[in-house]
Design a protein around this ligand. Structure first.
Ligand SMILES: Cc1ncc(C[n+]2csc(CCOP(=O)(O)OP(=O)(O)O)c2C)c(N)n1
Length: 633
């Protein structure tokens, strides 16, 4: 088999290949993606589904002067392979110093924006088109969006802003009828009503069937030929929806058929109006298991290339999100007033078991974080229902104003289960959940807490509604201990002393307590004894516990997996300043202010100067100790 992929160093090389060769190239691209992702894991199903459409677009248009703007950009692997990145960096996609799993402008001029949060492509593309027209340039702008993108309010705002006279603006809608999980809501119905019919003849047959169902007139309509069929088609197709927004609609077209797509895209060059090309694709296309189970293969774990089965995970320990999911099922069974909301992250947030058991009380609202938060405010308003809004830290950033105005200002006791609070490892800069404390702490009346283990997570979830005010419980996607202990009633604003010492006070947040205790052990070997406290609550702070510790300690370390700007360290520094503790020395250990790409947890901690060894060195060089000699055993 000739290796066509090797011959593509830039997109224009595609034009040297025949249709047959391009078809073979699609197979090679798919194999390359499969080989690398079987080792690294990643967004497999979305990438397998977008191979042909990406080849066809690069064949017909001229990237990078024609700008391809991928929404979310988790489906850019083919684009990366065709734009000069098919080298060893692709082997290390989503790994430290390898390629990003998303669009990354520092990697290539073919990537115009960092992306990772859904719904931005149309707005970014419209903005680029505006600048292009003002500068009288002749390039094309191509936002490439998924069907779930249309569940984002931001996308609808952008659609509403499209000018009818916009030229060379081609929206490519990659419709696989799936978000990560099954898509939800009315917008998706607009797309999916007839798309399930893969060929035009079946499409027409369906129209006939629908026409025949019209009482009294069905048979008549069915006989009236093509014109009437067209008008009925308009009643059920997606065209009128998009045409209301000034977009000329083309489709639906098989998004795996290069023969159809290439001439179509070539014909769309230099169009004097904005168009939307509706492609239907199959998520996971070309890999039987992924086609059958696109949800599991959306964010695939490493798998066996021959059997396509996922490799068994090394650890069987529980994680914070899993414990959260189990707890939701339990709490929902005990309390019929409990409602949980997820903005399209049911799988990642481990809510699928609750959705299966209590579908009326575990609600996926689509990729709509702002709505999820405000909707929670509506449900919680009368206090007849207890609402938990489950949301990833990074995506909560979308809903800041909703949190402020529709929850905190109204004093509605919604509980926010803030998942993925911490370093996002393979996903990188767009996904790190390391800024939320910074904006949450400015919200009057909002309780902010973080459990150090799974048991404490259960206790906080069980106690939160008793505090009768909005509560944010943040936790990472990390393994944790889940000791089988009775659930105690957690008092609001009470921290815990985990170990006592004389020379140093370490205040550690959440899972960082474990690291603090390990550091304490190492310091002990050097004759330095540290107190370790877990504040549990960032707001309200346990001022009594802090005050007590400060009677004894003048050296303080704060330790957190959050940006140093606005996290635990800044909360403690503020406390010290306001209460006149001016004679203390403080070392804030947290994430320094810059953007971080992807990597393993330990690699990123190292880069952030936060691995255990480095923290120990930093403590020893920051403070002057007078260690007591350690007795040798
Ligand atoms: C604001 C935001 N919320 C949630 C996500 C998580 N997320 C990543 S991909 C995805 C589904 C995207 O579906 P679609 O756009 O249809 O593309 P597909 O993967 O089906 O090709 C979601 C919900 C996100 N990236 N951004």
């Amino acid at each position: 088999m000739t290796d066509f992929l090797e011959r593509i160093s830039e997109p224009k090389d595609l034009r040297l290949l025949s249709l047959e060769e391009l078809t073979q190239l699609a197979g090679e691209v798919r194999l390359r993606i499969l080989e690398v992702l079987s080792v690294n894991g990643g967004h497999l199903a979305s990438n397998l589904g977008s191979v042909e459409l990406t080849i066809a677009l690069h064949y017909a248009f001229s990237s990078p002067s024609d700008a391809f703007i991928f929404d979310v950009s988790h489906q850019t692997y083919t684009h990366k392979l065709l734009t000069g990145r098919n080298d060893e960096r692709f082997d290390r996609i989503r790994q430290y110093k390898g390629l990003s799993g998303f669009a990354h402008p520092k990697e290539s001029p073919h990537d115009h924006f960092f992306a990772g949060h859904a719904g931005t492509a149309l707005s970014l593309a419209l903005g680029m088109a505006q600048a292009r027209d003002l500068m009288q340039e002749e390039t094309h702008i191509l936002p490439i969006i998924g069907d779930a993108t249309l569940t984002c309010g931001l996308s609808l705002e952008a659609l509403n802003n499209i000018r009818k006279e916009l030229k060379r603006f081609v929206v490519v809608l990659n419709d696989n009828a799936m978000s990560i999980s099954h898509n939800v809501g009315g917008v998706t119905n607009i797309l999916s009503r007839l798309i399930s019919n893969p060929t035009t003849s079946r499409w027409m047959h369906e129209l006939d069937r629908l026409a025949l169902k019209i009482p009294h007139y069905g048979a008549f309509f069915s006989k009236q030929g093509h014109k009437l069929k067209e008008s009925i088609k308009n009643l059920v197709s997606s065209a009128p929806f998009f045409e209301q927004f000034g977009l000329s609609y083309i489709g639906p077209i098989d998004g795996h058929d290069l023969k159809k797509m290439i001439p179509l895209f070539l014909a769309l060059r230099d169009l004097p109006m904005p168009v939307i090309v509706h492609l239907y694709t199959k998520k996971g296309y070309g890999m039987e298991q992924a086609e059958k189970d696109p949800i599991a293969y959306h964010g695939a774990k490493p798998f066996d290339l021959l059997t396509c089965e996922f490799l068994p995970s090394k650890s069987k320990k529980a994680t914070f999100p899993k414990i959260f999911g189990q707890q939701m099922v339990k709490m929902a069974a005990e309390d019929p007033s409990l409602v949980v909301i997820t903005p399209a992250m049911s799988l990642g947030s481990c809510l699928d078991p609750m959705r299966a058991k209590f579908p009326d009380r575990c609600l996926d609202v689509g990729i709509a974080e702002g709505h999820a938060v405000t909707f929670a405010g509506g449900i919680g308003k009368k206090r007849t229902c207890k609402v938990i809004c489950s949301i990833y830290a990074t995506f909560l950033q979308r809903a800041l104003d909703n949190l402020f105005q529709d929850i905190c200002l109204q004093e509605i006791p919604v509980v926010f289960a803030i998942d993925r609070a911490g370093i996002a490892t393979g996903d990188g800069a767009t996904h790190h959940g390391i800024y939320d404390i910074g904006f949450l702490k400015t919200m009057p009346g909002l309780v902010i807490c973080q459990p150090r283990d799974g048991h404490l997570l259960k206790e906080l979830l069980a106690a939160a509604f008793a505090w009768n005010q909005p509560v944010a419980i943040r936790y990472p996607n990390m393994e944790t201990l889940e000791p089988d202990l009775p659930i105690q009633k957690r008092p609001l604003g009470k921290g815990e002393e985990l170990a006592s010492g004389d020379d140093l006070l370490i205040i550690a947040l959440g899972h960082m307590c474990e690291q603090a205790l390990q550091i304490r052990e190492e310091l002990l070997e050097k004759g330095i004894s540290a107190t370790v406290i877990d504040p549990i609550f960032l707001k309200p702070l346990d001022t009594e516990l802090l005050g007590k510790c400060l009677l004894k300690h003048q050296r303080i370390v704060t330790l957190e997996e959050h940006s140093l700007q606005g996290g635990l360290g800044s909360v403690i520094n503020h406390f010290l300043m306001v209460h006149g503790f001016t004679n203390v020395q403080v070392l804030n250990v947290g994430i320094p202010e810059r953007f971080y790409d992807q990597g393993s947890y330990s690699q990123l901690l190292k880069e952030m100067d936060m691995d255990k060894e480095r923290i120990l060195q930093r403590i020893l060089s920051h403070f002057t100790f007078h260690p007591q000699p350690v007795e040798k055993k």
